[in-house]
Design a protein around this ligand. Structure first.
Ligand code: 4NP
Length: 153
């Protein structure tokens, strides 16, 4: 089994969902004493350079994670060469990734939520629902790391 050295989480804007996945994963690998590269990106270009959305910063902060320094980036073909795992947050992210040439994107919801999409909270009304999104990402990211990084000692 391959030792995983890098993970890229991908959503649409890289300001709501994948920044949470990045922050949660970074905190979890630190706790497990594993050192690998973790980043997030969006398939869209609208928010390049932006900080995560206020509600994602807030829900992360409430859970002891600071994601406020992250800056959005757009996914590039080169990412598919440099990252061992590319993880989409919903089905549209997965199909966008495949259209961009990513051969084997995985879906985050397959790691604990029966393959469900992580809902896009960008269109939520205010903060309501962000805690559910956080919980779903948190569970799936931990399961993903436990499963995929079990050969990283
Ligand atoms: P995300 O949410 O994919 O979870 O970062 C979105 C953020 C921005 C947009 C769409 C989704 N947007 O259309 O600008």
């Amino acid at each position: 089994m391959q030792e995983i050295k890098s993970i890229l989480f991908v959503c649409l804007g890289n300001i709501c969902r994948s920044p949470l996945a990045e922050g949660i994963a970074k905190q979890y690998i630190k706790k497990k004493n594993i050192n690998i590269e973790i980043q997030s990106a969006g398939t869209g270009s609208w928010h390049i350079g932006d900080a995560p959305c206020e509600n994602s910063i807030k829900v992360a902060y409430q859970n002891g994670i600071d994601i406020s320094k992250q800056q959005a980036q757009q996914v590039k073909k080169n990412h598919f060469k440099t990252f061992d795992l590319v993880i989409g947050l919903d089905d549209s992210n997965i199909s966008n990734l495949k259209n961009l040439g990513c051969k084997n994107p995985l879906k985050l919801g397959d790691f604990g939520f029966d393959g469900a999409d992580v809902p896009d909270p960008y269109f939520f009304d205010g903060f309501e629902g962000f805690d559910k999104v956080f919980e779903m990402i948190d569970i799936c990211v931990r399961n993903l790391i436990d499963e995929k990084l079990k050969y990283n000692v």
